[in-house]
Design a protein around this ligand. Structure first.
Ligand SMILES: [Zn+2]
Length: 85
């Protein structure tokens, strides 16, 4: 007797929503075209997933806006004295 097994698309989590890893990859443009299209289609009809994507994008904008601070020379000197092996 054959048993039908539903195959879940790679971009979907078990709950049927976009998986966290797929959200990041989608935002980064790192998904294969067919998966990106499927995620975009899911986002058009799923308010919770669209909100997650929007939140990830907002965090990304905030992180990129943070100023990079130089490492103080004393910290660099101390780091060079640490045994790395
Ligand atoms: Zn969803």
């Amino acid at each position: 007797m054959a048993v039908a097994v539903a195959v879940r698309p790679a971009h979907l989590a078990a709950a049927g929503h976009v998986a966290d890893e797929a959200v990041s990859a989608y935002i980064d443009g790192a998904l294969p075209a067919d998966e990106a299209l499927a995620v975009a289609e899911h986002l058009r009809g799923c308010v919770p997933c669209a909100a997650v994507v929007q939140a990830h994008r907002r965090v990304g904008v905030q992180v990129r806006s943070l100023a990079v601070q130089p490492v103080p020379p004393a910290v660099l000197q101390a780091a060079r004295r640490l045994p790395w092996q």
